[in-house]
Design a protein around this ligand. Structure first.
Ligand code: UD1
Length: 422
């Protein structure tokens, strides 16, 4: 799949953000802990969600779209414990069935996950956590195989606040009698969403959103929710929102981004303001207004509430347009600058050394044929294509469809000339 963009059209108007990809993928997996129907609202209709739903079906669960963005999930009393490789290899979030199935049935086999090629993505912290809770975990034949042995609450310190490890440990600990304390955990909004979801099923989780989470667990598979049906709405996607904010900063006069939790976007708002943009925050929307030229700034990615690594590629494009030198330090993943080579093909001046990229601006970007090397690199290339003179053709655009709902429609409604070619 290809996206073809004719650059140079100003963006203007309003765009509505979808539900968060990473929260939706997580809650679809977490639904395995619940006995009874789970209805999730505000679920984005994107390729990664479709794959996660296919995994539920492959394991024997029910997963159906009910309305445009509503999904019904229901797990039978008995189901498969082996996540199939052919689906798991498509996305990293397939590893979230590890914690969920460990909690519900005490055993699970998950293939070492796939997903975006943005550096090595080990699973050691997930394994360390499950070990500490009394699971025997072996890595063989490309699978992580976890089996309940002597389950007990434990105290776990994460060497790095990994999002996925925090989520898997929280879910697994819900199915274990006793108290589990996890320190140096991730504080991302998706973690808080998971705690709210699990607490709504009758779990007791405190501290989500801080460095320490405490979980009071129960027997594996214990009846988890009293009502027959549980409803939950997925939080808005802060990365999608940030992408439209950056596109607006690059090519906008005034763009309002609706359905946002602005607190989740503080690091992005602060950086756009540093670069000279007006960001007006309203109750559940925000408006980005470009008044004049952009000024360079430095970007350091960090776990939340730091600047999100998932917006590092898109903001690199903005630095190409800004006056001065901007230095980006990537502190979360070890190979996330591949987009720089594609942007250079469009005229960018970027030097990459290790975990640092030095971006010189302002440059005139020219349309070119480029390749989306991963999901967020693809989003960055859309922003670059909107600005560039002439036509930009982005191949491997199916990677963008993994995480952005109706991306062509949304950008077109803002005035972009963008189309999808199969
Ligand atoms: C999640 C998000 C992804 C985002 C990332 C960081 C989902 C589905 N994906 O990915 O969009 O970019 O958080 O905000 O929610 N690490 C280890 N050992 C481990 C686990 C992780 O060393 O056991 C390292 C990774 O290699 C990486 C860093 O920790 O360098 C961050 O990874 P992590 O926070 O786990 O990200 P994901 O959960 O994979």
């Amino acid at each position: 799949m290809k996206l073809v963009i004719q650059g140079g059209n100003m963006l203007r108007g309003r765009v509505r953000v979808s539900g968060a990809k990473n929260a939706a993928l997580l809650l679809i997996a977490a639904s395995a802990i619940v006995r009874g129907e789970v209805i999730l609202d505000n679920v984005p209709r994107i390729a990664d969600v479709e794959t996660q739903l296919e995994i539920v079906r492959a394991l024997g669960g029910r997963a159906e779209w009910q309305e445009a963005n509503r999904v019904l999930l229901n797990w039978p009393d008995q189901f498969e414990a082996i996540v199939p490789y052919k689906l798991a290899k498509k996305l990293r979030a397939s590893n979230l069935f590890l914690g969920a199935l460990a909690a519900r049935i005490g055993q699970v086999q998950v293939p070492l996950p796939g997903g975006c090629d943005i550096g090595s993505r080990p699973m050691d912290l997930h394994v360390k956590g499950l070990n500490a809770l009394g699971f025997e975990v072996v890595l063989e034949h490309g699978f992580i195989d976890a089996r309940a042995r002597e389950l007990r609450g434990g105290r776990i310190y994460l060497d790095f606040p990994s999002v996925g490890a925090t989520e898997n440990i929280m879910m697994a600990a819900v199915g274990i009698p006793g108290t589990t304390v996890v320190e140096n955990v991730a504080k991302e909004p998706e973690i808080v969403d998971l705690a709210s979801f699990l607490n709504a099923t009758g779990a007791t989780i405190r501290g989500a959103g801080t460095d320490l989470i405490k979980i009071e667990g129960r027997e594996p598979g214990a009846r988890s929710v009293s009502s027959e049906q549980m409803r939950f709405s997925v939080i808005p996607d802060r990365i999608e929102a940030g992408t439209y904010m950056i596109a607006a900063a690059a090519m906008g006069t005034e763009v309002t981004i609706e359905n946002v939790i602005s607190q989740h976007l503080q690091p992005v708002i602060a950086k756009l303001q540093d670069m000279g943009l007006d960001v007006l925050v309203d109750e559940d929307s925000l408006t980005v207004r470009r008044n004049g030229s952009l000024q360079a700034t430095d970007i350091k990615t960090f776990p939340y509430p730091g600047f999100p690594t998932d917006l590092q590629s898109p903001i690199m494009v903005l630095l190409c347009l800004a006056i001065g030198t901007g230095v980006i330090s990537e502190n979360v993943f070890d190979n996330r600058f591949r987009v720089a080579d594609e942007l250079k093909r469009m005229g960018a001046q970027i030097r990459v050394k290790g975990h640092t990229a030095v971006v010189e601006g302002p440059v005139r970007l020219l349309g070119a044929q480029v390749k989306a090397t991963d999901l967020r690199a693809g989003a960055a290339l859309i922003v670059a294509g909107l600005v560039a003179e002439g036509e930009t053709e982005i191949c491997q655009a199916e990677l963008i469809a993994r995480g952005y709902e109706k991306v062509v429609e949304k950008f077109s409604a803002l005035g972009a000339r963008i189309k999808c070619v199969d």
